[in-house]
Design a protein. Structure first.
Length: 134
C-alpha cells in the first residue's frame, strides 16, 4: 500500500483512496494473469477516474483563484497523456511486465509525490478560500 497524506478536502481524500484501490485491483488482476479484457476494463476505469478527479480539482482551482493553477493543470495534462499512451501501448502489445512495472513503480511514485506536494498545497488553499466565503 502506498503511504501518502490526507489533504484538507474530503472529496480529494476519497478520490485518492479510490485511485489506490483501482491501481491495486489492476495490479492484482495482472498478477493473477486474468484475461486481457479484464485488464482493459480496469485500466479504462483508472483512466476515467483520473480524468474526472483532475477535472474536479481544476474546476475548484479556477473558482478559488489558485495562483499556480497553470503549473498544476500542466502536471495533470502530462500524466493523462502518459496514462493514455501507456494504455494504448498495452492494448497494442499486451506486455504485462511493462504494464505492471509502470503501474507499480512510475504511477505509484508519481501519486505519492503529487499528493505530498501539489495536492496537499492545493487542497489547503481551496479549503482556506472556501472557509473565508462561508
Amino acid at each position: 500500500m502506498l503511504d501518502y497524506p490526507q489533504v484538507a478536502l474530503d472529496f480529494m481524500n476519497r478520490d485518492h483512496a479510490e485511485f489506490i484501490t483501482l491501481r491495486e485491483n489492476l495490479l492484482a488482476t495482472i498478477s493473477a494473469q486474468a484475461p486481457e479484457p479484464d485488464v482493459d476494463t480496469l485500466l479504462n476505469e483508472l483512466l476515467a477516474h483520473t480524468h474526472h478527479h483532475f477535472a474536479e480539482e481544476e474546476r475548484l482551482m479556477q473558482e478559488t483563484g489558485f495562483p499556480p493553477y497553470a503549473m498544476h493543470k500542466s502536471e495533470h495534462e502530462r500524466v493523462l497523456a502518459d496514462m493514455s499512451a501507456r494504455s494504448e501501448h498495452w492494448k497494442q502489445g499486451r506486455n504485462t511486465v511493462a504494464l505492471r512495472e509502470w503501474l507499480d513503480r512510475d504511477i505509484g511514485d508519481w501519486f505519492v509525490n503529487h499528493v505530498n506536494s501539489m495536492d496537499f498545497v492545493t487542497a489547503g488553499f481551496i479549503n482556506a478560500q472556501s472557509g473565508e466565503r462561508t
